[in-house]
Design a protein around this ligand. Structure first.
Ligand SMILES: [Zn+2]
Ligand SMILES: [Zn+2]
Length: 890
C-alpha cells in the first residue's frame, strides 16, 4: 500500500480525516509547510514551517518549555495519573519477549500487546477499554545511532493509549483532546508550542489517518486511528476501529528537563555515576550546542558518520573536546542504554545466543564489552545492574525478582567474550592481511559465525567505519523468521472432525467415513490423537486396517491407513492402541514436569524450546546457556520425581485467551502461540501451568517414574533432555542395573587377571638369575616361554615386562659375550622390542630393532650391542614375532 497516496487522499479532505473538535474549540489553523508541503495544525498564526523544518527545532535543549521538571520515572507517574484520572485503566507492561506472536521475537510497539494472530487475520484483545500501558519496546534497527544522536534507544517506553470506540471507549475527538490536555495541563507546555502534523499509518492490511504531535521539533507522540482495511479505493471500514496512540516516555522526560540528550534524564543516577567513574568534565553550553546541531543534521544527512562529521565542523569542536568529552559520552550512553535493554530482555526470559532474537542480545553485550575495553574502563557491571533496577523498579516491580538471574547471565556472557578475544585477534590479523575491507555481508558472516562485532574490527582498524546498513540488515535477518509453513490439503466442504480425545476419549468407538483420500480417511468423529504440539499420533485399527499416522488439517483429522481402505459412507469400528497412547500421555505430562523442574533447578530463563513425545522415548529442549553438569541433571530428575511422589492433580480447563493470559501470565505459552480464542490450560496444581492441546495423566503418580537418559547442548542456548517415563523408565532402570552388574563382574574378572599377571611378572623378575644360569649351562627354558638356541634367547611371552627384558638381556650378555637376547612385549598401545647382543654373539641388535620397528609401523634405534624400538600396528604382531625370532635364533 502506498502511504503517500493515502496521505494525499486524506489531506484532500481534512474535515473528514483530520479535523477534530479540539481544533475547532481552540482555534487551530491548518497550514501547509512552505518548505515540504506537509499539512499541520497550529495555534501560532505566524508559523509557516512544519516541526521537522522549523527554526525552533530542539530549542528545548538547555531551555525547556515547562516550569516543572520530570525525569523518566516521574514522567510516567504524570502520564499515568492523567489517564487514570480520565477513566483509563493502567495496565502493567507486557513481556518484551513476544510470546503471543510467532512472527515477532520482541515487542516492538504497545499495540502489539493486544494483537493476536488468527490465521491470516490480526484481532485485538483488550484487557480494559480505554487503557494506558508503559510498554517497554525493543528495536534494534538503529543500533549505531544509540549513544550518538542523543535520542535513539535500543529499548524505550512507549506510552500506549488504546481505545475501541464502542464499549466505553472513544474515537478521534476525545483522543486528541486527551493528548492535548496531557501536554498542556499535566506537563504545563504552552498551547502555542503544540503542533499536530497530518500523517497516515498502514500495516497488516489495515490503515487510517494519524496526527503526530510535536513540541519544538521533537515528536512526542503519534495518534493513529486505524479505521480501514483493504486497498485504497476499494477499502471498507473495520468492524473494530482502534485508537493506537504511542508516545515516547523518554521524550516526555527530555522535553521537561532540557538536558543535552534524552539519555541524561532517563537512566536515573547512572549517567552521573558513569561520568564520575570515567572522569568526564562536561561543558554544558558546548553539549547543548553539539546535540542541538546533531538533531538538526539528522534531518539533513542520511549517513550517521556524515551527521557527526558535519556537526563537529559547524560547532567548531576541537579534537581535544571530541576525544575528551564527546567520544567518552557516546560510549557511556551506549553502555547505559544497552544494559537497560538486556535487563528487560533477560528478566522476561530471553537469553543471548547465536540464534533468533538472542543474536541482538549477544550483540548488545559485545558492544558493551567492546566499549569498556576500548575506553579502558574499570566498571562493575553488577553495580550498574543494581542501579538500573533500583531506579526502574518503581515503574517495573517485576525486575526486582530477576536481579540475580540477570547478573548470572551477563557474567557468563562476558566471560565468553573474554575467552573469544584472542581468537578474534587472530581473525582480525588475517583480515588485515587481505588488504581490503570486508563487505556488509562479510561483516554479518563474521559476526554470525565468529562472534566478531564490527565495533571490534573498527577498533583494530580492519574497517574505518561501520557501514550504516549493518545493524538494519542483521536485525532484518533475525527479527521474524519464526514462521513455518503448513501443508495444505483440499478439505473444503468437509465438516470438522468431532475430537473425542478432548471429550470422553473412548479407546473403542464407531464412526462414519466422510471422505477417502489416497493417503487416508476422514471420519465424522475420532479418538485418534492427531500429531500436534510435539505429541506423536495414536496408532490402532480402523475397519480392520492398521492406522499408521494421524494428522490435523485445520479442524479436520486425516487417518493414514495401511493394507486397505474402507469406502466413503461406511460405518467403521475403530480401536486405539491404548498402551501406546498411555505411554505417550505419560511422556507428555513428564515434559511439563521436567520443564518446570529445570526452571526450579537452573533459573528463570528456562523455557521450553521444543518437545517431542513418542511411545518409548521423549525429549524436551530447553533454553539454557551452558551444557548441563551431572549434578544438575540429577537435581532436575530428583525434582521431577518429587512431583510424582507428591501425586499432584493434573487439571484441564478451557479459558478465554485473554482471561488465561491475565490469570497465569505468558508463561502458559511454553509450547508456543495458541491461535484460537479459547485456550486449554493444563495445570499440575500450582507447580506448572501451560496452554497445551495434548493428552495428560490425571494424577502425577500415574507417571510412576521419570529417568533422564541423556542430555546434550544441541545449539547455542538450547539444551536437550532425552528421557523416558512410566514402564519404559522402569525397564530402563532394570537394564541399567543389569549393565552395571555386568560391568562390575567384568571389571572384577579383569582385576583378577591383571593381578595374576602382575604376580607372574614379579615372580619372573626373581627368576632372572636362575634363567641366566640355565642358559649358560645349556638347559632348555621352553616351559618358561623362552626359546633358546645355544646362547641366543628369544621370548614374546606376556608374563615378562619391560623390567624383565632389560635386566635379563643386560645381565646375560654381561656374563657371556657370545650370548644375545631379544624380547617382544606389549606396552600400552605399542608393541616394543628390546635386543641385547654380546660382542661375539654374531647378532646385530640395531638391525633387528630397525627391521621389527618398520614391520610395526614405528621406529627403532640403537647400536650393535643394544637397541630397542616398536610400533603401533598391532595387526603385525605375529609377523614381527616370527621375524625377530628368526633374526636372532637363526
Ligand atoms: Zn516541512
Ligand atoms: Zn504440553
Amino acid at each position: 500500500m502506498d502511504k503517500n497516496q493515502i496521505l494525499k487522499e486524506f489531506s484532500a479532505d481534512p474535515d473528514r480525516y483530520y479535523k477534530v473538535k479540539l481544533f475547532e474549540e481552540q482555534g487551530f489553523i491548518r497550514k501547509g509547510c512552505t518548505k515540504c508541503g506537509r499539512f499541520f495544525w497550529t495555534l501560532d498564526a505566524n508559523r509557516t514551517l512544519c516541526p521537522d523544518d522549523g527554526t525552533d527545532t530542539y530549542s528545548f535543549i538547555g531551555e525547556p518549555p515547562t516550569t516543572k521538571r520530570f525525569d523518566y520515572t516521574q514522567a510516567w507517574k504524570q502520564v499515568e495519573e492523567f489517564f487514570v484520572k480520565n477513566n483509563h485503566t493502567s495496565v502493567s507492561r507486557y513481556p518484551v519477549v513476544c510470546r503471543w506472536r510467532d512472527d515477532l521475537y520482541f515487542t516492538i510497539a504497545s499495540v502489539v500487546d493486544f494483537q493476536r494472530v488468527m490465521g491470516s487475520k490480526v484481532v485485538f484483545e483488550f484487557p480494559a477499554n480505554p487503557l494506558v500501558v508503559p510498554q517497554t519496546c525493543l528495536r534494534f534497527k538503529d543500533l549505531e545511532n544509540v549513544g550518538v544522536t542523543g535520542r535513539h534507544f535500543s529499548s524505550f517506553c512507549m506510552i500506549g493509549q488504546h481505545s475501541i470506540p464502542d464499549n466505553g471507549g472513544y474515537w478521534k475527538d476525545e483522543c486528541v483532546d486527551l493528548d492535548f490536555r496531557l501536554l498542556t495541563q499535566q506537563f504545563g507546555i504552552k498551547k502555542e508550542e503544540v503542533v499536530f502534523v497530518e500523517d497516515v499509518w498502514a500495516g497488516g492490511g489495515s490503515f487510517g489517518s494519524s496526527l503526530e504531535y510535536f513540541v519544538r521539533g521533537l515528536e512526542l507522540g503519534n495518534a493513529v486511528f486505524t479505521e480501514f482495511q483493504g486497498e485504497l479505493g476499494q477499502h471498507t471500514t473495520l468492524d473494530q476501529k482502534i485508537i493506537d496512540m504511542g508516545a515516547g516516555l523518554e521524550r516526555f522526560a527530555w522535553i521537561t528537563t532540557g538536558t543535552p540528550t534524552a539519555y541524561d534524564c532517563c537512566f536515573g543516577p547512572i549517567t552521573n555515576h558513569l561520568m564520575e567513574k570515567i572522569g568526564i568534565d562536561s561543558d554544558s553550553e558546548m553539549l547543548r550546542n553539539y546535540f542541538t546541531t546533531i538533531a538538526k543534521n539528522l534531518e539533513i544527512y542520511d549517513d550517521l558518520t556524515e551527521v557527526r562529521k558535519q556537526t563537529i565542523k559547524t560547532t567548531g569542536l576541537t579534537e581535544d573536546q571530541l576525544n575528551r568529552i564527546i567520544t567518552p559520552l557516546e560510549g557511556m550512553y551506549l553502555i547505559a542504554d544497552h544494559l537497560r535493554t538486556l535487563i528487560f530482555a533477560i528478566t522476561d526470559g530471553a537469553l543471548p545466543s547465536n540464534v533468533g532474537g538472542g543474536y541482538n542480545l549477544r550483540m548488545m553485550l559485545r558492544r558493551i564489552n567492546g566499549t569498556i575495553d576500548r575506553m579502558n574502563l574499570k566498571l562493575d557491571i553488577d553495580e550498574l545492574i543494581d542501579m538500573h533496577i533500583d531506579y526502574l523498579k518503581d515503574t517495573y516491580p517485576e525486575l526486582e525478582s530477576k536481579r540475580q538471574d540477570v547478573k548470572t547471565i551477563l557474567e557468563l556472557e562476558s566471560q565468553r567474550y573474554v575467552e573469544s578475544k584472542s581468537r578474534m585477534g587472530k581473525m582480525a590479523t588475517k583480515l588485515k592481511d587481505k588488504g581490503r575491507a570486508p563487505s556488509v555481508d562479510e561483516l554479518i558472516t563474521l559476526y554470525e559465525s565468529d562472534g566478531i562485532t564490527p565495533e571490534y574490527l573498527k577498533e583494530v582498524e580492519v574497517i574505518s567505519e561501520i557501514p550504516s546498513s549493518f545493524y538494519a540488515k542483521l536485525s532484518d535477518l533475525h527479527q521474524s523468521d519464526k514462521k513455518k509453513a503448513m501443508e495444505q490439503l483440499s478439505l473444503e466442504n468437509i465438516p470438522e472432525t468431532d475430537m473425542l480425545f478432548y471429550k470422553d476419549d473412548p479407546m473403542e468407538f464407531e464412526a462414519k467415513v466422510l471422505k477417502v483420500f489416497e493417503k487416508g480417511i476422514v471420519l465424522d468423529r475420532t479418538s485418534f490423537y492427531a500429531r500436534g504440539g510435539g505429541q506423536e499420533p495414536d496408532h490402532g485399527i480402523i475397519a480392520g486396517f492398521k492406522v499408521i499416522d494421524v494428522n490435523k488439517h485445520g479442524g479436520v483429522i486425516l487417518h493414514e491407513l495401511e493394507g486397505g481402505i474402507p469406502s466413503e459412507g461406511d460405518t467403521v469400528s475403530c480401536k486405539v492402541d491404548s498402551v501406546r497412547r498411555a505411554n505417550i500421555t505419560k511422556n507428555h505430562t513428564s515434559t511439563h514436569i521436567l520443564n518446570s523442574s529445570a526452571r526450579q533447578v537452573l533459573g528463570s530463563w528456562i523455557w521450553q524450546h521444543s518437545a517431542f513425545k513418542e511411545d518409548d522415548h521423549a525429549r524436551l529442549d530447553i533454553t539454557h546457556h551452558s551444557s548441563l553438569t551431572d549434578s544438575e541433571v540429577a537435581d532436575i530428575e530428583k525434582a521431577a520425581n518429587q512431583i510424582i511422589a507428591k501425586d499432584m492433580q493434573v487439571t484441564i480447563e478451557n479459558y478465554d485467551r485473554g482471561t488465561a493470559e491475565q490469570k497465569y501470565g505468558f508463561k502458559i505459552y511454553q509450547g508456543g502461540v495458541v491461535p484460537v480464542k479459547s485456550v486449554r490450560i493444563v495445570s499440575i496444581e500450582d507447580f506448572d501451568v501451560e496452554a497445551c492441546g495434548g493428552t495428560h495423566v490425571k494424577q502425577t503418580k500415574d507417571i510412576e517414574l521419570i529417568k533422564i537418559t541423556r542430555t546434550k547442548r544441541i545449539q547455542d542456548g538450547v539444551v536437550r533432555l532425552e528421557f523416558v517415563s512410566g514402564p519404559t523408565a522402569q525397564e530402563y532402570v532394570k537394564q541399567q542395573e543389569i549393565i552395571q552388574t555386568q560391568n562390575k563382574e567384568e571389571s572384577a574378572q579383569k582385576e583378577i587377571k591383571d593381578k595374576a599377571r602382575e604376580e607372574n611378572k614379579d615372580k619372573a623378575r626373581e627368576k632372572i638369575p636362575v634363567f641366566i644360569e640355565k642358559v649358560l649351562s645349556g638347559e632348555s627354558l621352553e616351559s618358561e616361554g623362552i626359546a633358546v638356541n645355544g646362547k641366543l634367547c628369544f621370548t614374546a611371552d606376556e608374563n615378562y615386562d619391560d623390567y624383565f627384558h632389560q635386566n635379563f638381556g643386560k645381565k646375560l650378555v654381561a656374563k657371556d659375550d657370545t650370548a644375545a637376547f631379544c624380547g617382544i612385549f606389549e606396552a600400552g598401545p605399542t608393541i616394543r622390542v628390546i635386543i641385547f647382543a654380546g660382542e661375539k654373539s654374531g647378532v646385530n641388535a640395531g638391525d633387528i630393532a630397525k627391521e621389527i620397528a618398520s614391520i610395526l609401523g614405528g621406529s627403532g634405534g640403537g647400536d650393535a650391542k643394544f637397541a630397542q624400538g616398536g610400533g603401533k600396528d598391532t595387526s603385525k604382531k605375529d609377523t614381527a614375532i616370527q621375524k625377530a625370532k628368526s633374526m636372532i635364533l637363526g
